[in-house]
Design a protein around this ligand. Sequence first.
Ligand code: PEP
Length: 265
Amino acid sequence: MQRVPLVLGNWKMNGSAQANEALLQGLLESLSPEADAALKQGELQAGVAVPAPYLFQAATRLRTSGLFWGAQDCSDEASGAFTGEISASMIKDFECQFALVGHSERRERAAETNSLVSRKLGQLLSQGLMPVVCVGEPLAEREQGSAEAFVVEQVRAATKGLNDQQLASLVIAYEPIWAIGTGMSASSDDAQSMHATIRQELAQQSQSAAQAVRILYGGSVKAATAASLFAQPDIDGALVGGASLDATEFASIVQSACPGAQSLH
Ligand code: PEP
């Protein structure tokens, strides 16, 4: 099945109104005409997950571009007395197309559990937003040979109870924790192997949805490594942290995912 490639940047807690302006402007100027056309025709999707205070700025700046913008987290509640939280409907108000949930930094720092991640995902689906569910094993699990079981459990818990249509609309980002921000990317073979395992797990629920779900790789993706990752059959794009703060580097990663770009490498 032909899946539309997707490259998302995760700015994390970086930026300022002024710096974002320069970064977004730089990104728009750095995209090749081919990538720009592919984005506008929907043959390629790319975007940035910005800190919530800058969603309005992202919407204003990107509305007429082919790029997406989204949030980095979402509440598991719809509304009410939840100080500091941001609901899926608020995210939708800023015309976002997507939000991340279950990023390992939130699982670690905010003790987010699989069941909380699953409820957050449900909130996003209820608003018609595209959830990008982050999963990935710590180094100890990889060293013990239990990385696949660990990730499969995260995927199973996040997708429990979804119908086929909801399942098909998900994006899963496989981000091994040991590869995030370390400069130590998983090899394209290791990433492909985990992505295939994730797809097999989804196929237990629905064959057709499993073929539709986009599975992104995240963890120290750089322009230099993107093409070999994207050449793998089950790697449908990337979630990019550090490199998304550099306009030309991120634009180059987006371009590597452009349909037809593989033949140029
Ligand atoms: C991330 O945090 O989602 C990420 C992949 O970060 P980096 O690209 O910096 O490893």
